[in-house]
Design a protein around this ligand. Sequence first.
Ligand SMILES: Nc1ncnc2c1ncn2[C@@H]1O[C@H](COP(=O)(O)OP(=O)(O)OP(=O)(O)O)[C@@H](O)[C@H]1O
Ligand SMILES: [Mg+2]
Length: 230
Amino acid sequence: MAERAGPALSLFVTGTDTGVGKTLVSAGLLHALARYHPRVVGMKPVAAGTELIDGVAANDDVLALRAASSCRVPPELDNPVLLPDALSPHIAAQRAGVRIDIEHLVACQRALALRADAVVVEGAGGFMVPLSALETGADLAGALGLPVLLVVGLRLGCLNHALLTAEAIRARGLTLAGWVANQVDAAMLAPDDNIAFLQRQLRAPLLARIAYQAAPDPRALTFNLPSAWQ
Ligand SMILES: Nc1ncnc2c1ncn2[C@@H]1O[C@H](COP(=O)(O)OP(=O)(O)OP(=O)(O)O)[C@@H](O)[C@H]1O
Ligand SMILES: [Mg+2]
């Protein structure tokens, strides 16, 4: 395991929709990157939806990313915005009387990159999920300026969502560093044909193909990591 001399490796994970496996893939990536980087940390800049665990409001994604991280950081850095309601962030924030400040989220990511060797940032929902009346997750991704990894939730309609998302990523001047094919629908017909189409059209490497499984385990995922990430 080489010591990192330069800046930390940071990635932004987005998806074709909400519920397509971004957290599973982000946690899996943290485990995969931990083979090469001593200190890996996940970040969920905006989490919407909490439940009480031991009397403390907690969000599943944040807990999953922390469980996959090897580096302990203050909660206000790896999850700066925690909103109670499981709604689009702009509505959840409005209900909580919170203003989501992209500059602050970027400052937290930069602070994590000083404490860790690799930082995996999981966006909320799909790429253009609203964060306020005026700003979206795409604005956050643009302000972060990180390479983007797209999780494609394999189900009917995913080709359109994947192409739209890739176009939106590139329209922001961001790099689509790779994509993951995640079979979230066990009954999806012709998954191989869908994957083959995206391999031709997305112009980015397929980093993992994840089969449908009853209880997916992020530790068991296999990634084809670009050499620059190792
Ligand atoms: N390959 C798979 N096989 C079966 N179930 C899966 C698979 N991938 C993800 N899931 C399940 O689908 C659900 C959504 O996954 P996950 O939470 O990773 O999505 P997400 O994109 O992070 O969602 P959100 O937008 O809420 O952050 C979870 O219950 C997860 O266990
Ligand atoms: Mg998630």
